[in-house]
Design a protein around this ligand. Structure first.
Ligand code: PRP
Length: 177
């Protein structure tokens, strides 16, 4: 079996919790009279989504979508595809997309176009982390948690080769970029 690379903590579980609390407060302020559909982008957003929605004090519906942009490794393999699409209509609805990280921006750019073609009333983006140093396509993040450096990050839902998603802290994978 291959040895596991080392990890070091970038954002502790306490820092993540404080960030999720702040984002939930912002959403509670802006959506308190609304009934949005939250769309989590699998797989990376599952932990963030689970923590975030427990703090929301307005009615929500939860959906997931799965896109493929990376292969088994860590680099983009080109064309983005919908692996698991939406199973519910969003026409006329307020939609809030929940992402774990915006990196090049290619995934979220594709997703926002996919969603807007379905004519929702509004589409906003809530991202736990943003890595602007890697951006290829401009992205407006309406609710942003943390800006992160150009390091390979794992934990709190983020993976390396499908590993490390379960780490409760967000960590840097040593020796990777
Ligand atoms: C990650 C992350 C975002 C996307 C961001 O997903 O969850 O969806 O990459 O990268 P980009 O801005 O460069 O497009 P990934 O494709 O690794 O799948 P996963 O969520 O299943 O880990």
């Amino acid at each position: 079996m291959n040895p596991q690379p080392e990890t070091s903590v970038l954002f502790s579980r306490q820092e993540i919790e404080a960030t999720v609390n702040r984002l939930a407060s912002e959403l509670n302020r802006d959506y308190h009279r609304k009934h949005p559909i939250l769309i989590g982008v699998l797989k990376g957003s599952f932990m963030f989504m689970a923590d975030l929605i427990r703090l929301l004090d307005f009615p929500v519906e939860v959906e997931f979508i799965r896109l493929s942009s990376y292969g088994g490794g860590k680099e983009s393999v080109g064309k983005i595809k919908v692996v698991h699409g939406l199973r519910t209509p969003i026409k006329g609805r307020d939609v809030l997309v929940i992402e774990d990280i915006v990196d090049t921006g290619r995934t979220i750019n594709f997703l926002l176009e996919y969603l807007r073609r379905k004519r929702p009333a509004s589409v906003k983006l809530c991202a736990l982390t943003d890595k602007p140093s890697r951006r290829q396509i401009p992205v407006t993040i309406d609710y942003l948690g943390l800006t992160v450096p150009n390091e390979f990050l794992v934990g709190y839902g983020l993976d390396w080769d499908e590993k490390f998603r379960n780490l409760p802290d967000m960590c840097v994978l040593e020796g990777e970029e």
